[in-house]
Design a protein around this ligand. Structure first.
Ligand code: ARG
Length: 612
């Protein structure tokens, strides 16, 4: 409905200006005296939109709001473009103007979108002149080398990918960056320990697997914490690595490759594309970051550490908290790297990415880290005017019991096992259903369907909860065939596509007007049809909202709601048995629904199935 909303916005503003020319002249443009305050109607009986702008004008104009609303409506009546778009407006309550779109305009919009493979979702305005649009950086997934990728990284991966897909669909160039933790003191400990207990791991690829590597890392950390001599050697090892010692470098590379391969298996299963640009990439830039903070007068040395004291962030003792950017041993840390990365991402190419928007997808536990990094970057002048900088936090993954997700034996859940179990359970469900329905299917079909449903269930369960809250992981819930779940929506697509096929209509929206069943003129008469039309036409606004607010659950709720509205329509109105022209029009709505669900799920990273 965005195109209608834009048109109405202009028409209402113009009507307000014509109704009260004096008020417009007094105020400056910046004060925008004539904001129509246009919003979607709060209830269907109020029409499509309501404009509340008359209420805000009551005080400045010294008139009752209903009188103002009347004057605006009179002006609207003189605007032929408005007359073509809307029914005569209604004034309600103290002075709300209720607006209802004309049925022929709604039907025309349905026909237009059906012929458009993008289903009416516009792309962002293209590059002006010959400069390419600024890329959006989505920093997501970002596991750590020699550590297991955990459920927090899984959430980041799934949410980050969905956001990247929506942004890409809108036409933004997106840099999907994997800010892998591939640098720092952990390598000193690990290399020192491995030299003693498993030297082959440092010289031969794949001598140990990631599980072992993680165990070695734990042992190394324990020794580092307990043994001063070990600590000293580990520190020397870090220095060697940083100074480019070839043996240390080679060991480091082997360790990184080992982890990388394991991570890649997860990405492949989830169909996630990422460009790795780990922390080590920014290593050469760290010194400059700290030197520049010093030059700007922002750096304070406190207890030997280089700090920037934060404005408006106080500790328990009421003193401002510092962001440490150089440790007392002279080393740099996570924050230094993030400052360097941020600066690089905004900086103009070729010495940077020239990004217009930076999006960081991590657990909410890192919120204060990012708030601090963003503040320091702003104060240092590294965030150019008009660019956006956003942390996209998400809650913890909890088990069914509301506690941290664990296996039955109390270990942390490995992502591989988690995905395997989702697919196994989906397969068991499918086989049970096939037996009940006395259907026989090829093994290849069963495996493909189970894999698709299992992975979809994991992704959708994560995406459909508001990401800011903690999220309870439950195989039973995510695999249920009823409710706001992936299996339910995948099944809805199969079912609706089946109806369309039976009706002989083309499902492919790209086939457009040349498709055999798209009627020249759509005819709708039943309220259930109009309800579905209105729901379908919301898609563009939902996508715009996700792009703006970075909440994929909005898209999930919409797709679920759409399938419910479709069900009411299909239960209450005959489709295949209807007479023409209703039959074709209803099939067109069915086709539009299936296409919207398919596109929407695709933007969440969920492919659909032909059969289930
Ligand atoms: N490696 C970090 C972790 O596992 C996440 C990195 C997020 N991105 C960033 N630019 N700090 O917690």
């Amino acid at each position: 409905m965005l195109t209608f909303l834009d048109a109405l916005q202009g028409q209402l503003r113009a009507a307000m200006e014509r109704a009260f020319p004096e008020a417009g002249q007094q105020a400056s443009e910046a004060e925008r005296p004539f904001d129509p305050q246009l919003a979607s109607a709060s209830r269907p009986e109020f029409g499509d939109f309501q404009a509340n702008g008359a209420l805000a004008l009551a005080r400045p104009l010294g008139l009752p709001p209903r009188t103002i609303a009347k004057a605006i409506v009179e002006q609207l009546a003189d605007d032929p473009a408005f007359g073509e778009l809307c029914e005569p407006p209604q004034i309600a309550g103290p002075g709300f103007i209720n607006l209802t779109l004309r049925p022929e305009r709604l039907a025309g919009e349905v026909a237009r979108r059906l012929a458009d493979p993008r289903l009416g979702v516009p792309t962002v305005p293209g590059p002006s002149g010959n400069s390419a649009p600024a890329p959006v950086v989505v920093d997501f997934s970002s596991p750590n080398i020699a550590k297991e990728m955990h459920v927090g990284h899984l959430r980041s991966t799934i949410i980050g990918d969905a956001l990247a897909r929506v942004l890409e669909f809108r036409g933004h160039p997106v840099l999907r960056l994997n800010h892998v933790g591939d640098w720092g003191t952990q390598f000193g400990m690990l290399i020192t320990h491995l030299k003693q207990v498993a030297p082959e791991a440092l010289t031969t690829a794949d001598a140990i697997d990631l599980g072992d590597l993680v165990a070695f890392y734990r042992q190394a950390k324990a020794r580092f914490d307990a043994d001063a001599a070990f600590q000293a050697t580990a520190r020397e090892e870090v220095v060697k690595l940083q100074s480019g010692d070839p043996i240390s470098r080679r060991a480091w590379q082997l360790l990184c490759e080992q982890s990388r391969r394991e991570f890649q298996q997860i990405y492949d299963r989830l169909d996630i594309r990422l460009s790795e640009r780990g922390e080590s990439f920014y290593n050469p830039l760290l010194e400059g970051v700290v030197a520049d903070l010093e030059g700007l007068g922002l750096l304070v040395t406190d207890d030997g550490a280089g700090c920037v004291f934060l404005e408006g962030v106080k500790g328990k003792d009421g003193q401002p908290l510092p962001l440490i950017v150089r440790k007392s041993d002279g080393g740099f840390n996570y924050a230094t790297t993030d400052l360097a990365a941020l600066r690089y991402r905004f900086a103009a190419p070729p010495a940077g990415d020239g990004a217009g928007r930076l999006i960081y997808v991590t657990d909410a536990g890192q919120a204060s880290h990012f708030a601090a990094v963003f503040q320091v970057a702003r104060r240092a002048g590294w965030v150019p005017v008009g660019r956006r900088l956003e942390h996209v936090p998400f809650g913890l993954v909890q088990g069914d019991d509301g506690k941290k997700l664990k296996t039955r034996s109390g270990d942390t859940v490995r992502l591989k096992d988690l995905l395997d179990e989702a697919v196994e359970r989906a397969e068991a469900d499918l086989r049970r259903r096939l037996a009940e329905e006395e259907r026989t299917e090829a093994e290849s079909f069963i495996r493909h369907a189970a894999t698709t449903v299992g992975i979809a269930a994991v992704k959708y369960a994560d995406l459909s909860t508001n990401r800011s809250t903690n999220y309870q992981f439950s195989f039973d819930r995510m695999l249920a065939l009823n409710g706001n779940t992936a299996p339910y929506l995948l099944y809805a697509v199969v079912r609706i596509a089946g109806i369309v096929r039976k009706g002989g209509a083309q499902l492919d929206p790209a086939a457009g007007a040349s498709g055999p069943a798209l009627p020249g003129v759509l005819h709708f008469s039943e309220p259930q049809e109009w309800a579905l039309v209105r729901e379908l036409l919301k898609f563009d606004a939902v996508i715009a909202e996700v792009e703006e607010e970075l909440l994929p659950n909005r898209l999930c709720s919409y797709l679920f709601e759409l399938s419910q509205v479709f069900n009411r329509f299909y239960d209450q109105v005959p489709v295949l048995k209807a007479d023409e022209p209703a039959r074709s029009s209803r099939l067109a709505l069915s086709r539009f629904t299936a296409a919207t669900l398919k596109l929407g799920l695709g933007l969440l990273g969920i492919p659909t199935l032909e059969r289930m």
